[in-house]
Write a protein of this length. Structure first.
Length: 82
């Protein structure tokens, strides 16, 4: 399905930036709810602004913005390949 080189590049994105288990869980929840801030905030029992802050923190940490489709795809694949 994916080339070995692509898989290795994607996993480096996730592991190279040392996302915490909480950050990974937040991303998994966010992606499972079709990237809906309101639904993810409700499921995670967080205010919407706090969720936005945490997503921005992930963006600053790894350079990939989970709210942008192209970056979200890479983060999603990295989580799936973990």
């Amino acid at each position: 399905m994916f080339s070995a080189q692509l898989c290795s590049q994607i996993t480096v994105l996730l592991f190279g930036y040392q996302l915490s288990p909480d950050e990974k869980n937040l991303l998994r929840t966010y992606f499972s709810l079709e990237m809906s801030l309101a639904d993810a905030a409700e499921k995670l029992f967080l205010p919407k602004n706090t969720l936005q802050y945490k997503l921005n923190h992930i963006y600053k940490k790894c350079g990939l913005n989970p709210r942008k489709f192209r970056d979200a795809v890479l983060l999603y694949l990295a989580l799936e390949l973990e």
